[in-house]
Design a protein. Structure first.
Length: 158
């Protein structure tokens, strides 16, 4: 097995399309139940806590797309499109949770779930990259906390 979780004749050769899709499927299977239960900002904080816990315990399912995306940016177009579709699906799960939080009255009606989800995804991916590079999960925590702070700025008080 190489670092992509595939049997290869050559170590660390580019992942196959099948490996890419399997990693995406694994990641979404991990994230979907967490994000489908999001209906409030408090639930988003719980999701953040779980992502950080998984990273702290080195459960690489959280970062599958993070590591694949960098390798596939200049690679075969079909693999790049598969990773893009995976990011889009993950971001859609975040946006749906934020929409539920807004629709339940927890966020201002002018809160844009798509934009907030993009910010959370950018913080997640950047935080994962920094956490992995520095071996300091606090980088991920800080990035997600700052993005969640922006979401919380849209909370209704009352």
């Amino acid at each position: 097995m190489d670092r992509y979780g595939q049997d290869c004749r050559l170590p660390d050769e580019a992942p196959t399309a099948e490996t890419v899709q399997a990693r995406i499927d694994d990641l979404l299977a991990t994230q979907e139940p967490l994000l489908k239960s999001v209906g409030s900002v408090r639930d988003l904080v719980r999701w953040r806590d779980e992502v950080v816990r998984q990273e702290r315990e080195c459960h690489y399912a959280v970062c599958t797309l993070c590591s694949l995306a960098e390798l596939l940016v200049d690679g075969e177009e079909s693999r790049r499109l598969a990773v893009h579709a995976g990011f889009t699906a993950w971001e859609s799960l975040l946006a749906a949770g934020i929409t539920r939080a807004r629709d339940s009255g927890g966020l201002s009606p002018d809160a844009d779930p798509g934009r907030l989800a993009k910010g959370l995804m950018a913080a997640l991916q950047g935080g994962l990259l920094l956490a992995r590079t520095t071996r300091d999960v606090r980088r991920l925590e800080t990035a997600l906390d700052m993005a969640l702070g922006y979401v919380q700025a849209h909370m209704l008080t009352g």
